[in-house]
Design a protein around this ligand. Sequence first.
Ligand code: SAH
Length: 245
Amino acid sequence: MRPLVTLIGAGPGDPELLTLKAARALGAADVVLVDELVSRGCLAHVRSDARVIEVGKRGGCKSTPQAFIEKLLLLYAKEKKNVVRLKGGDPFVFGRGGEEAEALRAQGIEVEVIPGITAGTAVPAALGIPVTHRDYARGVTFVTGHTKEGMGLDWQALVRSRTTLVIYMGLKGLERILSCLKAAGMDAATPACIIENGTLHSQKQRVATLGTLSGDGFAGPALIVVGDVVRFARVAVAVPEAKAA
Ligand code: SAH
C-alpha cells in the first residue's frame, strides 16, 4: 500500500464545526501538521501520544516555508506514519491544499482529502447573511484580495456578475478593493461588511456600505462581504434591561 497523507479541513473557527469524518481521522493520526488559523479546540480529537507540529502560515507573519512543510509530510509518510495535514476552513479553498496534494502525489504519496466548512459561507452565516439569497444575488463569488502578482482581478466582470462578493485575505488591501469596485461601476450605497474571527467568541464585525467601510481597528483573519445580502446582517444591538415591575 502506498504511504498516505490525509488533508483535513478544520472549518472556520468554532471547533464544533469540524466534521465527524475529520474528528475520526484526527483520532487515528500519528503526526498532525497544523496551520496557525486552526482553532486549538480541534486538536482535542488528537491522541495524546500523537505528534503535533505547528506550521504557521499567516500572511505577512513569520511562517514555515511551504517547501519545508511538504518535506515534513513526505518524511513522515515515508516512515509509514498516519499523517494528517490540518488546515483552516476547507483545504482546497485558498488553502494551498491543491499545491500540497500535487507535491505529495508527485512523490508517490496517496492523498485523501476531508473537506471542511469554508469561512466564505460559514462566517457570513454567523452574522445571518445568506450569501445566495435569490431575491438579492445571482450567486456568490469567492476571491482573494491577496493575489499572486500578475493575477489581478477583473473588477468590471465581478461587478457585472451581480453575485455576492466574498473576499478572503482582503483586509490589508481593503481601500484598494473598495475603490476598484467603485471605479468598475458598483454603487457606493451597496451594503458591505468586515467579519473578523467569525464563528469564534472573539468575532467582531462592521457593517457599512462600499462607500463608507473602513478596516480601522481590525487585524484579521477577516472576510469582506459585498452585496445586497449584507442587509441581512444581524449586528448585536444593546437592549436596555427591562426594569423590575
Ligand atoms: N482555507 C480557508 C481559507 C484560508 S485563507 C477556508 O476555506 O476558509 C485565510 C483567510 O480566510 C483569512 O485571511 C480570512 O480572509 C479568511 N478566514 C478564515 N477563517 C476566518 C474566520 N474565522 N473569520 C473571518 N475570516 C476568516
